[in-house]
Design a protein around this ligand. Structure first.
Ligand code: HEM
Length: 536
């Protein structure tokens, strides 16, 4: 069992203070009162009514009645593991982040893999994106890399996330279908919102049915920034590369496994770690000078685009090893709270409008999901770095601040009077931003199809056949004829006429007429009105 694994990381050791070890212990109430009988309630006579005075019964039932908390609004089904990350050599040229500059440092991590659409009890092997979220407990605070196993996303601006997710999740009137991409509302949305085209191709590919969570890539998706000690920024795309290589199921296997073993991926990860076959992933970086943000024929702030590895190779800079299963699913895997806004000095954001929305959403949703503002104090979420501030109170406060002063500045003494040295603190990059307020999308985000075509062409012939078969299957399940027609005539024809013609035939739509090819690789104009960052 997991308890037999020796703690291999500082984080795991820090959790020991919170672990309960009930083996060989006597039963007590939550108040520590010894209990010798838990099979019968306290009654007035053996056949009499149960007495309100029975505090043991009341506590036991109250605790049971309140076991459930809301599942995540997306990525509800997941599984987690502890491990550590170590950088191969210092990246100080690019970043001041300690965990990326000190090769002797083993940074403890907690990783949670997930599916996106299904509920907490759904099956593992459904066709879906997989989440790949990593919390690094660094000496400078927690850094969360909240990524997926596909390098792009369905939408460009986070304001469309609620619309998109509503279309993916079961329909509101009958909650059908569970965890499936074969339904009217998803394809309705896809056919009306062409920016989804590229990601839909990934979703129809074998990437959406991984053989194992140990055998898939991970991506930060957005373009982030690394910032060095001199305040110089470099754009970066984060990748995870599995050392076991990438492998997929075939669709028929995936469907059968959904019925025969809905826990297939969860079990595979658990058993591999228990057997000492520790999953390993290398961290890869694509590093891009700030001034090249528009150099590649698309906008690096657009999360529906990949930066092809042929154009900017992925440099492998360190390794993640998962070596310990959690002791308790709820306490660790369910209560872990990732947030894109958790960055450490040396890592910063960009103006990607999808990322900007995420900076708000995670903190906001966790306020409800984890019952109030003190969720950073839940053991799995606590940083290893010390925490001192004047935040106070709120439901479920755990820490006990000991000083009288709870504000800054103060002359009473106590509190935390010192501000960090700016060289060691988080400094937001001093980027020049100069724009008119406008609710609009940059023209540089306009090309929705060339990369969808590029992705299809990059696949081997069997992979292309799998993708077309998936489209034929999923779109054929759409009941409304006009949605099937729009998928073919508004989306697929712009990606590849061969795909459009075959899918049309399979889903009962008239074969499409040839269209003018989209303008691929058009030079894009900077309409963003913000210039590359000033150095500090
Ligand atoms: C989970 C929002 C896009 C990866 C979540 C959750 C929310 C959310 C509310 C549930 C968090 C929780 O309850 O703890 C959003 C919004 C997005 C967006 C508003 C776009 C505007 C993305 C993208 C990625 C991603 C682009 C991948 C790069 C994840 C992952 C999780 C997650 C991996 C699960 C984290 C875990 O395991 O606990 N997202 N998301 N999301 N999201 Fe997003």
């Amino acid at each position: 069992t997991a308890a037999k694994n020796p703690p291999t990381s500082l984080k795991s050791e820090s959790l020991e203070a919170f672990r309960m070890h009930p083996e060989g212990q006597r039963l007590t109430t939550d108040q520590g009162i010894p209990i010798s009988e838990t099979d019968n309630s306290l009654k007035a006579g053996v056949r009499g009514p149960t007495l309100l005075e029975d505090f043991h019964f009341r506590e036991k039932m109250m605790r049971f009645d309140h076991e459930r908390i809301p599942e995540r609004v997306v990525h509800a089904r997941g599984t987690g593991a502890h491990g550590y990350f170590q950088v191969y050599k210092s990246l100080e040229k690019y970043t001041q982040a300690r965990f990326l500059t000190d090769p002797s440092l083993r940074t403890p991590v907690f990783v949670r893999f997930s599916t996106v659409g299904g509920s907490r009890g759904s099956a593992d092997t459904v066709r879906d994106v997989r989440g790949f979220a990593t919390k690094f407990y660094t000496p400078e605070g927690n850094f969360d890399l909240v990524g997926n196993n596909m390098p792009v996303f369905f939408i460009q601006d986070g304001i469309k996330f609620p619309d998109f997710v509503h279309s993916v999740k079961p329909e509101p009137h009958n909650e059908i279908p569970q965890a499936s991409s074969a339904h009217d509302s998803l394809w309705d949305f896809v056919s009306l919102v062409p920016e989804t085209a590229h990601m839909v191709m990934w979703l129809m590919s074998d990437r959406a049915i991984p053989r194992s969570l140990r055998m898939m890539e991970g991506f930060g998706v957005h373009t982030f920034r690394l910032v060095n000690a001199e305040g110089k920024a470099t754009l970066v795309k984060f990748h995870w590369k599995p050392l076991l290589g990438m492998h997929a199921l075939v669709w028929d296997e995936a469907q059968k496994l959904s019925g025969k073993d809905p826990d297939f991926h969860r079990r595979d990860l658990w058993e591999a770690i228990e057997a000492g076959n520790f999953p390993e992933f290398e961290l890869g970086l694509q590093l891009i000078p700030e001034e090249d943000v528009l150099k590649y024929g698309f906008d690096l702030l657009d999360a529906t685009k990949v930066l092809p590895e042929e154009q900017v190779p992925v440099q492998r800079v360190g390794k993640l090893t998962l070596d310990r299963n959690p002791d308790n699913f709820f306490a660790e895997t369910e209560q872990v709270a990732f947030c894109v806004a958790n960055v450490v000095p040396g890592i910063d954001f960009t103006n990607d409008p999808l990322m900007q929305a995420r900076l708000f959403s995670y903190l906001d949703t966790q306020l409800t999901r984890l019952g109030g503002p003190n969720f950073a104090e839940i053991p799995i979420n606590r940083p290893l770095a010390p925490v001192h501030n004047h935040q106070q109170d709120g439901f479920m406060r755990q820490a006990i601040p000991t000083s009288r002063a709870n504000y800054h500045p103060n002359s009473l003494g106590g509190g935390c009077p010192f501000l960090a040295n700016p060289k060691e603190a988080f400094n937001h990059l001093q980027e020049r931003v100069d724009g008119r307020k406008i609710r609009a999308r940059s023209e540089s985000f306009n090309d929705h199809f060339s990369q969808a075509t590029m992705f299809f062409k990059s696949l081997t012939q069997p992979e292309q056949e799998h993708l077309i078969a998936a489209l034929e299957f999923e779109v054929s399940k759409v009941e409304r004829a006009e949605i099937r027609e729009r998928v073919v005539n508004q989306i697929l024809v712009n990606i590849d006429m061969g795909i459009a013609t075959r899918v049309a035939r399979a889903v009962g739509v008239a074969p499409p007429k040839p269209v003018k090819p989209p303008k691929a690789g058009k030079k894009v104009k900077n309409t963003v009105e913000s210039s590359p960052a000033l150095s500090m």
